[in-house]
Design a protein around this ligand. Structure first.
Ligand SMILES: [Zn+2]
Length: 449
């Protein structure tokens, strides 16, 4: 995976080789993030073959192409499959434990044999070490009927009888769906319908996978379900398993950026030092993280300067534009502009903003150490909130993460940011915003045309 392609290197060496996740834990955090990776040598030692429950080594399982899971997961699965059958749905196991080496092969098939290229493979498949299938607790489950139709892993499986059964009952057996359908992509309240096929969920880095099941244990699933219910009651978008595991580990952001893989990422994470040479991504697109996946943050207040800011009236709105000087290593966060401007409609600000049409608005809570550009059209005073805060980056790849609260790298050098707000104010105040406070605020008049 680290060998150079004709044009560019793929995957920084540190990201491929420094793996810290303990795969033996049922709650191991395995995701696309640079630090959320299993060592290549890690394999479960309590695998059993399905459906016999006969003990089998990881090596033998891979060699024979058998279907294997860790014993607690396998036993729970057999119980669940029996219950499915009793309800008239015959489940069909598609894929179970995959060793690091097998995942390498799967990825290579995507990347080379199918001619899809590394970048597409990195979107559709997990890099070796980053697959939950290596845990031995994860499987892809379809149904006999679905397979008979030769339909494979496609999102509308979620609306099939088996997909609906899994969504409704799997948790009772200790399984969760780590890659659920993001609320923004649901059609008219449907919990299975897919409006946007293949759209990446910023909370997980994966598209909707209604067949991908991970065993946590009934006790952990109960804790997760409680936390999810609390988060829905508090008005935030439904908590994913990955987000819950992050919260338990003391992480305050919603998701990891994917490991730097050399593709036109726009935003990625890496364990390589910021001064490391030969990284596969542009330096400015890399968020440098530590072994726990936390971003390495420079002194936030010292890294950005407002060089110039203007405000002008445009019908019922005010457009604020600023040129900033950004030091290398600056960390920012969502929301960011997809193209050139973040638009706040009436009643919207960073505590309530919808990242796309028909999406539910969400709060872009402060992430420690993240710097944003902020505007206030309110009365000056101690309660002044600088309520309109935007990240110091833009572009499609970075904006794909607007559906969650995520750290992003801020490209260094001279940057322009632009936002527009619905206000009649004749003066606004601009500032940088970090760690809950405005830095060097200044007032600018709104130019009337
Ligand atoms: Zn899977």
């Amino acid at each position: 995976m680290t060998r150079p392609d004709r044009d560019r290197r793929f995957v920084a060496r540190s990201d491929a080789q420094r793996a810290a996740v303990d795969g033996a834990r049922l709650d191991a955090m395995v995701s696309r993030g640079a630090a959320a990776s299993l060592p290549s040598s890690w394999e479960p030692d309590d695998l059993v073959e399905l459906p016999s429950l006969r003990p089998i080594t990881a090596r033998e399982c891979s060699h024979r192409g058998a279907q294997c899971l860790r014993r607690p997961a396998a036993e729970a699965l057999l119980t669940m499959l029996a219950a499915m059958r009793a309800d008239g749905v015959a489940g069909s196991i598609h894929s179970t434990f995959r060793s690091y080496d097998v995942q390498c092969m799967v990825f290579r098939n995507w990347a080379y044999d199918d001619g899809r290229g590394f970048c597409r493979a990195a979107t559709g498949s997990a890099l070796p070490g980053h697959s939950q299938h290596q845990l031995g607790t994860t499987l892809d489950l379809l149904s006999v009927a679905w397979k008979a139709q030769d339909r494979g892993l496609s999102a509308d499986f979620g609306c099939s009888p088996a997909g609906r059964w899994i969504a409704a009952h799997a948790e009772a057996y200790g399984f969760v769906l780590p890659y659920p359908l993001h609320a923004d992509y649901r059609e008219r309240g449907e919990s299975c319908g897919v409006a946007v096929h293949g759209a990446m969920d910023p909370r997980t880095g994966y598209a909707y996978e209604p067949w991908h099941l991970r065993y946590l244990s009934p006790a952990l699933v109960r804790d997760f379900a409680d936390a999810r219910a609390r988060s829905s009651a508090a008005g935030s978008a439904e908590l994913t398993v990955d987000q819950w595991l992050r919260q338990r580990a003391g992480r305050v952001d919603d998701a990891d950026l994917p490991v730097c893989d050399g593709c036109a990422c726009g935003a990625c994470s890496t364990l390589e030092g910021s001064d490391a040479a030969g990284s596969p991504c542009a330096r400015d697109e890399m968020l440098v993280v530590d072994a726990d996946g936390r971003p390495v943050i420079a002194q936030p207040a010292a890294t950005v300067t407002i060089l110039r800011a203007t405000a002008r009236r445009a019908r019922e709105r005010v457009v604020i534009e600023a040129t900033l000087s950004v030091a290398p290593g600056t960390v920012t966060q969502t929301p960011v502009a997809q193209r050139d401007e973040v638009r706040f409609e009436e009643g919207e600000d960073s505590a309530r903003w919808a990242p796309r049409e028909r999406a539910a608005p969400r709060a872009f809570r402060d992430l420690v150490g993240a710097v944003r550009f902020a505007v206030s059209a309110e009365e000056t005073g101690p309660q002044e909130r600088f309520a309109h805060r935007i990240g110091i980056t833009s572009g499609h790849a970075a904006a794909a993460f607007n559906g969650a609260v995520v750290y992003l790298p801020a490209p260094s050098g001279s940057r322009r940011v632009r936002l527009s707000i619905a206000t009649r104010a004749s003066r606004v105040r601009v500032a940088l915003w970090a760690d809950g406070r405005a830095i060097s605020p200044s007032e600018i008049p709104v130019e009337e045309r």
